[in-house]
Design a protein around this ligand. Structure first.
Ligand SMILES: Nc1ncnc2c1ncn2[C@@H]1O[C@H](COP(=O)(O)OP(=O)(O)O)[C@@H](O)[C@H]1O
Ligand SMILES: [Mg+2]
Length: 348
C-alpha cells in the first residue's frame, strides 16, 4: 500500500508476531556484555524486539535492536531519540527503560522492562471489555500521556500495537505505553523525518498527514480514534487505499458513535478528540480525563454493574474481578436485576 501515496511515506506499520524458533543472528548472543538474547518477540517497523536475560539482575527483559545498516544513520538517530524520551519518563503506565547504546557490530539497542500482555485491541476483543472498562483503560492511557506531555514529549504514534495491557496478579490489568520511536520534543522546532509522514495510518492526526508542526493535541486526536475503535469495534475511517484513509483524517465528516448502549456523552467526547482543527479538541489531557471521569459518574444502561469511581480506583490500575462476570449474568437475568442496579445507582 505504500505505493498509493505519491509524495510521502507512511513509515510505521503494525508489527507481526515472530515464531518462537527463527534463524536470527542475535539469538543466543550477549549484547553489551550483559543481555543474553533468548528469542524474537515481535517485529517493529525497522527494529526487532527480543526477549533477553539481564545477567546483572537475572531477570527477563525486552530488547529492541536495530541492526547496522549502510543507510542506518537516520534510524539510529531515531533510536537515540527514543532512548532519550524514555529516560525522561517515570510512570507506572509507561515502559521502564533499563539501558541503551551502540552494539559491538554498530547496531543500536534499547533494553527495557518486558511487558507480558497483548496489545490493546486484542485485549479488548479477548475480554469483551464493556464501555466502563474501556473508559478505565482510556484513563490509564491518558495518565501515561499526561506524564509524557508534562515531560515535553509528544508521542505521535499512539496506536493499539504501542499500547500493551499487562495483567497484575489475577484481578488487575495495567496499561503500558511503549514505542517512543517517533516522538517530538516540544522544545525543538524542526520536524524530524523531513517529508515523511510520521505516524500510523489509522490513528494519525490531520496535521501529521499535512506534514505540519504538531503539538500534544495530535496525541489527543489519536487517542480519540483509539477510543472510537474501542467503543465501536472498528476504526472511524476505512478504505483499502492508504492515501484515502489519510485524506479522510483531513477532510471526511467526523463519524459519530451511534450505539444507544454507550454512556451519555461518550460520542461527543470522542468526536471532540477527533476534531480536524486542534483548537477544537480538548486543550490538554487533563481536560479529557475530567470528561471521561464525568461520564463514569453518570449511570447509564452501558454500565452493567456498580462501578468504582476514579477516587477508589486509581487510573494506573484497572480492576477486573468477579463483579464483571456478575454484571454480565445480571444482564442475562433481565430487567428486574437491572432495575435493582439502577436503584442502587440512584441511591448512592
Ligand atoms: N517492552 C516490551 N515488552 C513486550 N513487548 C514489547 C516491548 N516493546 C516492544 N514490544 C513488542 O514489539 C513490538 C514492536 O515494538 P515497537 O517499540 O513498537 O517497535 P517499532 O518502533 O518498530 O514499532 C510492539 O508492538 C510489541 O508487540
Ligand atoms: Mg510500534
Amino acid at each position: 500500500m505504500r505505493g498509493d501515496i505519491p509524495s510521502w511515506q507512511v513509515c510505521r506499520y503494525n508489527p507481526i508476531d515472530m515464531p518462537r524458533k527463527s534463524r536470527d543472528r542475535y539469538v543466543q548472543k550477549t549484547i553489551a556484555g550483559r543481555f543474553h538474547i533468548k528469542r524474537p518477540l515481535a517485529n517493529g517497523g525497522m527494529s526487532r524486539v527480543y526477549v533477553a536475560r539481564d545477567n546483572t539482575t537475572d531477570s527477563r527483559v525486552a530488547i529492541k535492536l536495530l541492526p547496522p545498516r549502510p543507510d542506518g544513520g537516520n534510524l539510529i538517530e531515531r533510536m537515540e531519540r527514543e532512548a532519550e524520551a524514555l529516560a525522561r519518563m517515570d510512570h507506572p503506565n509507561i515502559v521502564k527503560p533499563i539501558a541503551n547504546g551502540t552494539m559491538e557490530d554498530g547496531g543500536y539497542y534499547i533494553a527495557m522492562e518486558l511487558i507480558d500482555g497483548p496489545k490493546l485491541t486484542d485485549f479488548i476483543r479477548d475480554n469483551q471489555t464493556d464501555p466502563e472498562e474501556s473508559i478505565q483503560l482510556l484513563l490509564q492511557i491518558c495518565s501515561a500521556l499526561r506524564h509524557t506531555h508534562r515531560k515535553g514529549v509528544v508521542h505521535r504514534d499512539l496506536k493499539s500495537s504501542n499500547i500493551l495491557v499487562a495483567r497484575e496478579g489475577r484481578k488487575k490489568v495495567r496499561v503500558k505505553l511503549i514505542d517512543f520511536g517517533v516522538v517530538k520534543f516540544t522544545d525543538e522546532t524542526t520536524l524530524s523525518g523531513g517529508h515523511q509522514i510520521l505516524g500510523s495510518v489509522h490513528t494519525i492526526s490531520p496535521e501529521q498527514v499535512r506534514g505540519e508542526e504538531v503539538d500534544h493535541r495530535a496525541d489527543i486526536y489519536s487517542l480519540g480514534v483509539l477510543a472510537y475503535r474501542m467503543m465501536a469495534g472498528k476504526y472511524p475511517y476505512h478504505s483499502r487505499v492508504t492515501a484515502q484513509v489519510l485524506s479522510m483524517h483531513v477532510q471526511a465528516e467526523i463519524p459519530l458513535l451511534d450505539d444507544p448502549m454507550l454512556p451519555t456523552g461518550m460520542s461527543e467526547l470522542v468526536a471532540r478528540c477527533m476534531a480536524k482543527d486542534p483548537s477544537d479538541r480538548f486543550d490538554d489531557i487533563q481536560q479529557l480525563m475530567d470528561g471521561l471521569s464525568q461520564i463514569l459518574e453518570v449511570p447509564t444502561a452501558a454500565f452493567t454493574k456498580p462501578f468504582k469511581t476514579s477516587e477508589s480506583l486509581p487510573p494506573t490500575a484497572l480492576m477486573l474481578e468477579g463483579e464483571r462476570r456478575a454484571g454480565r449474568i445480571a444482564m442475562a437475568a433481565g430487567a428486574i436485576l437491572l432495575a435493582a442496579t439502577a436503584l442502587f445507582w440512584i441511591l448512592t
